[in-house]
Each structure stands twice: as structure tokens, then as C-alpha cells.
Ligand binder design. Structure first.
Ligand code: 4AD
Ligand code: MG
Length: 441
């Protein structure tokens, strides 16, 4: 073939390409059917889908036969003339002059009406589907937006170790790894190391893999997921809540700007998100949340118990925006969350902490807090959690040398993507999901 620049399919549908212009596209056969002297195929690339017609009397016989023989997912280089055709999707098609099959695909195992779990078994192929490609594009926008949001406000990206000797969110979900003749864990959060970083950089963020050996099978838990965290010196927990709201609104806005087509394909109600990011997102206390759940949903929960999934879902039925629930009981919180001494009249002490809950059954999107700066109360809390305090000595040093008030939070990236993409299950928000029951492909 002579030299001709490849055109991305989405560009074909712009005004730049008029009738009878010669173009070359590269991609994969999405659908194909033939009738006698004609083969009708649709070709997809990463940007779109276009219909092509191969007519027996327009191409050499060998090429026609190849086109007829090539099955779905065969990779092809197609040259032809742009034709305006109102019946074709997008109003244009290509009349083929040359059709080179790069690889004749075997019979593709994925067809219509296969179960979601079977498709997950074929994930390496299923990634090519329109649904998964759309999700992957949204995912790329989301992580890009996180970097942009923080960098634009003077935050530094700070990268944590993935292998760590410490628990941060309780020992029950730690993944143990053999480390020569010792043991070490896969990180549950970047937080403890970020707390070291703020003394050098003051404001830091990251987006990184995170691991939790979750023991239950749910549609919102993965064992390997990505958490986007931030940590800042000189900020209290109420200040970082406002940053969290701005961050999530910023990400939603970026996704709406960049991925309207993908969101439509996925069935997301874009106007609902557009409205949501214009409204203020409230803070309510844990105690107020219990009252709402009791009064409006008739569910009785004892003060001092953590909110379970069903209670979070009940609560969120009464809101049309995300909600930051603040001041959970200190006793059920991770060791690093300090008591909020300014709060009076609750049955027990509450922590300077928050969870941001989102609607539609996704529950907790963000967990965050101020960090305890008192060495003795940290030691007490670690002992209560059954931790070996010696392992945390480096962390306690951070309180011994120029300690400052500081706070941070972590966003569950896949929960955010699942919510924006209107998914049924968090597993489709990550390319190759790892769960209690799945570690392949
Ligand atoms: O609330 P978590 O456990 O908070 C922390 O780890 C803090 N150290 C973060 C910080 O302050 N820097 O987790 C944060 C978020 C949750 O709100 C949830 O969205 C997500 O991470 N998450 C999970 N997502 C998917 N699968 C799991 N197993 C998850 N566990 C937590
Ligand atoms: Mg949490």
C-alpha cells in the first residue's frame, strides 16, 4: 500500500472529511455480515465505530474473499472513499478500495447475553467492549483530574511504599507477604507515610494501589483498589472536608466535560450530576445521622455502633447530594483519630473525623480525619487495638520533632468511578478486579 496517514474513526465524522475523500483506518471488526456480492462490516478503533462496505466489483477477488472470511475481532487496515449515507450510524460510511487483514481472528468467544461473571473470566477480551472501553476512559479522566486538582493548588505528589510493616486501618484486613525470612504487609493506606512527608512538603497527595483482605463478598469491596489520598499540615478536619467536596465536584465536572459520550452509553443521568455539583453538600454529625435514620426510616441503632451498609443506604435516601458525616464515636475509630474535645452532650467522646457518603447504594466514598498529635493517647489506642507499639516508634517520632495539627483523607477511586458510570458492581470500575473470590485473569 502507498503511504497514507491513518485517520482515527472519530475524526471521520468531522467536517474535515467530505464525500469521496480517500482515507485509511485501522482497527478491529466489530460486526460483519455478507450477502452475495457485498460484505458489510463495522470497524472499531479506540475512538469510534464506522460502517464499511466491500463490494465484489470494487476490489480484487482475493481482497473480497479475505473480507468475507474475516471474523469479528480480526485486525484490519482499510482504505476507501468516504460516502455520505443517512442510514449509516453517524451519517457516513466507507466504500472499500483496499482491505488488508492483519490477523484473522479465531471465532470470538464473547457473544450477546453472557453472564457478567463469565465476562469477567474473559476480562482480557471483554476490555474491548464498548461498555468497558467507556469505563476505562472515564477512569483515565478521574485519575488525571485528581492530579490536576491537587497540583493546581500547590500539592506535591508523594509516593508511598507498598510493602509496609504497619497496620493503619486494623489488623483484620492486612495481606501478609513473605519478606525473605520475615513477614511484611501490603499497604492498607498511604497515610502513615504521608504524615512523615508533610514535615518536608506540607501538602501532599497520591493515587496508589491499596490492599485489603476483605472477608466478605459485596458489590462495593475489592481486595486491590486505588485510593486517592491527601494530607496537609496546619489543617483541621473541618478544613479538609471542604477540600474533599471541592475535589469530588472538580472530578465530576471534568468527567462531564471529557466523557459525555461515554456517560450516555453507560446510562448515567448527566443532568443529575450537573445539578448536584451546583449545590452545597452538607455536613451532619454521626448523632444527627442516627436521629434521621431513626425518625425517617424507623431503624433503631445504639449510639456507639458504626454505621453499617444498610444504615448508610437508609440515611442517603434522604439526601440528593453527598453528605459528610462527622464526629463518629472515638471508641470505634482507628487509633490515629483524636477526640474532639469541643463537642459536648454526646453519650461518649467523638473523634475529629468524617466519612463522605454518596447516594445510590455506594455508601462510603471517603474516610478522613485530623491526626492525633499526642504520643500517650496514640500509644494507648495502639495497645487497645492489640498492636506492637514498638513497630510504630518511627510514627511516634513525628510527634516528637515539631509536631503540628494535620489532617487528610482517602477517596475510593473505584467507588467514585462506579457511581459516575452507573455500574452495578465495583468490579467493573477496575480493569482486572481482585476480590475474595477472583484473582484471574
Ligand atoms: O475509610 P478508609 O479505610 O480510610 C483510610 O484508609 C484512611 N487512612 C484514609 C486517609 O485518611 N488518608 O478508606 C478510604 C476509602 C473508603 O472510604 C472507600 O471509598 C475506599 O477507600 N475503600 C475501598 N474501596 C474498595 N474496596 C475496598 N475494600 C475498600 N476499602 C476502602
Ligand atoms: Mg472508612
Amino acid at each position: 500500500m502507498d503511504k497514507l496517514d491513518r485517520t482515527l474513526i472519530e475524526k471521520l465524522f468531522t467536517n474535515k472529511f467530505g464525500p469521496d475523500q480517500t482515507v485509511e483506518i485501522r482497527g478491529w471488526i466489530y460486526r460483519t455480515r455478507s450477502s452475495g456480492k457485498l460484505v458489510f462490516a463495522t470497524i472499531r478503533d479506540s475512538t469510534g465505530i464506522v460502517q464499511v462496505t466491500i463490494a465484489k466489483n470494487e476490489v480484487p477477488e482475493e481482497i473480497f474473499n479475505d473480507a468475507k472470511k474475516a471474523l469479528v475481532e480480526s485486525s484490519v487496515i482499510v482504505r476507501g472513499l468516504v460516502k455520505i449515507d443517512e442510514r449509516a450510524p453517524g451519517g457516513k460510511e466507507i466504500l472499500v478500495k483496499d482491505f488488508k487483514v492483519f490477523n484473522f481472528a479465531d471465532k470470538y468467544p464473547i457473544t450477546k447475553d453472557q453472564s457478567e461473571e463469565w465476562l469477567r473470566e474473559q476480562r482480557h477480551l471483554w476490555l474491548r467492549s464498548r461498555k468497558l472501553s467507556a469505563i476505562l476512559k472515564v477512569r483515565s479522566t478521574v485519575t488525571g483530574a485528581i492530579h490536576k486538582f491537587f497540583r493546581d493548588q500547590g500539592y506535591y505528589e508523594f509516593t508511598p511504599p507498598i510493602l509496609t510493616p504497619n497496620a493503619c486501618e486494623g489488623g483484620a484486613t492486612l495481606f501478609e507477604v513473605k519478606y525473605y525470612d520475615k513477614k511484611i504487609y501490603l499497604t492498607q493506606t498511604w497515610q502513615l507515610y504521608a504524615e512523615a512527608a508533610i514535615f518536608a512538603l506540607e501538602k501532599v497527595y497520591d493515587v496508589a494501589p491499596t490492599f485489603r483482605a476483605e472477608k466478605s463478598k459485596t458489590s462495593r469491596h475489592l481486595t486491590e483498589f486505588w485510593m486517592a489520598e491527601m494530607e496537609a499540615a496546619w489543617m483541621d478536619y473541618l478544613e479538609v472536608i471542604e477540600i474533599a467536596k471541592k475535589e469530588i465536584k472538580f472530578i465530576i465536572n471534568e468527567v462531564i466535560k471529557s466523557n459525555r459520550e461515554e456517560l450516555e452509553l453507560l446510562g448515567t443521568d448527566i443532568s443529575k450530576f450537573e445539578e448536584m455539583i451546583k449545590k452545597p453538600w452538607p455536613n451532619i454529625t454521626y448523632t444527627e445521622a442516627l436521629n434521621i435514620i431513626r425518625e425517617k426510616s424507623g431503624l433503631e441503632i445504639n449510639w456507639g455502633k458504626d454505621l453499617r451498609t444498610i444504615e448508610e443506604d437508609e440515611l442517603m435516601k434522604h439526601f440528593d447530594t453527598p453528605v459528610a458525616v462527622i464526629q463518629y464515636p472515638k471508641d470505634i475509630m482507628a487509633f490515629y483519630k483524636p477526640v474532639d474535645e469541643t463537642v459536648e452532650g454526646t453519650p461518649g467522646p467523638v473523634a475529629k473525623c468524617f466519612d463522605m457518603l454518596i447516594p445510590e447504594g455506594w455508601g462510603e466514598l471517603i474516610g478522613g480525619s485530623e491526626r492525633d498529635t499526642d504520643v500517650n493517647s496514640l500509644i494507648d489506642a495502639l495497645e487497645r487495638e492489640g498492636e506492637n507499639v514498638e513497630n510504630y516508634d518511627w510514627y511516634l517520632d513525628l510527634r516528637r520533632y515539631g509536631s503540628v495539627v494535620h489532617s487528610g483523607y482517602g477517596v475510593g477511586v473505584e467507588r467514585l468511578i462506579a457511581w459516575l458510570c452507573t455500574l452495578d458492581n465495583i468490579k467493573d470500575a477496575i480493569p482486572f478486579p481482585r476480590t475474595l473470590t477472583r484473582m484471574t485473569p
